[in-house]
Design a protein around this ligand. Structure first.
Ligand code: G
Ligand code: G
Ligand code: MN
Ligand code: NA
Length: 249
């Protein structure tokens, strides 16, 4: 059985599961959001991480149904948390094929309607390479989604390209600093400093990824970084475990 046919089977058999990594306020250290991260509960290999199967899903097109399924799970979870009084932002990773799909707006509308999730509770994470082209159809769709109140974040910022013109052209709310820069904060802080100053000028919310030490968190807070994710607080965990991290309402 090739991994590709195994993946199709896995989808039909319901072997995928969504875990949530908490996103915290850098000042209060309260949980303010969650990043939805898909995992594959493989019958013999155990929990398989997306690095191993998302690229194959992207090549085969399975990313469209899988991506929609993840989105539906995340929207339902966000709606539930909101109903219980937790005003969390739930972030979902989007692949190029999903963002470039002409059905994107229709899909998002349908998912919001079916889940009862408020648009402000969902954030779409897209990588910067997608924003480089002069894709006016894509820009139009992202504008329409942003006008509905959906949030848009740039993921893995700093790892892609140096042409920054897209930062002003697209309707962006948030920028996630790639963990490779957070890693080197104590020895090589220059890039992180630059990204944070740039976010202030552009009035983008700043999320630091991959925060593992209180030293890193202290530095980020002092620089004015708003939110963080990372093993310092928690890896991605199942929804029920995630809820134990929330302050009581
Ligand atoms: O789960 P892990 O922490 O190993 O995440 C690895 C990467 O897999 C993430 O950075 C993210 O870009 C990608 N990823 C995780 N879940 C999804 C998903 O639902 N859709 C897409 N397109 N990518 C995902
Ligand atoms: O969307 P993105 O590519 O940023 O997905 C997050 C990835 O980063 C996942 O693979 C997740 O397991 C990983 N991750 C999350 N927090 C940390 C951390 O503090 N340290 C490291 N090394 N990896 C992390
Ligand atoms: Mn991400
Ligand atoms: Na990232």
């Amino acid at each position: 059985l090739t991994l590709e046919s195994e993946l199709l089977q896995a989808f039909d058999r319901g072997e995928f599961v969504v875990h949530y990594q908490p996103r915290l306020d850098a000042g209060t250290r309260q949980v303010v959001g969650a990043e939805a991260l898909v995992r594959w509960r493989h019958p013999s290999r155990g929990l398989v991480l997306p690095g191993e199967f998302i690229p194959i899903c992207e090549d085969t097109g399975l990313i469209l149904p899988l991506g929609r399924w993840v989105l539906e799970q995340a929207a339902r979870q966000a709606a539930l948390w909101h109903q219980r009084g937790h005003a969390l932002t739930v972030s979902v990773n989007f692949s190029a094929r999903q963002i470039q799909s002409q059905a994107l707006v229709e899909t998002m509308d349908q998912v919001l309607l079916d889940s009862g999730c408020p648009p402000q509770a969902l954030e779409m994470e897209i990588t910067e390479s997608l924003l480089l082209g002069e894709d006016s159809a894509m820009l139009g769709q992202l504008d329409a989604l942003n006008k509905r109140g959906l949030r848009i974040a740039i993921d893995d910022f700093g790892t892609g390209y140096s042409n920054l013109a897209y930062l002003e052209r697209f309707p962006l709310d948030c920028l996630k600093i790639d963990r490779s820069f957070v890693n080197q904060l104590e020895t090589r802080p220059a890039i992180a400093e630059l990204i944070i100053s740039m976010c202030k000028v552009l009035e983008l919310q700043i999320v630091a990824e991959g925060v593992e030490t209180t030293g890193q968190l202290d530095w980020l807070r002092a620089q004015g970084c708003h939110h963080y994710q990372g093993f310092l607080s928690s890896p991605a965990v199942p929804a029920d475990r995630f809820e134990t991290l929330l302050a009581p309402v």
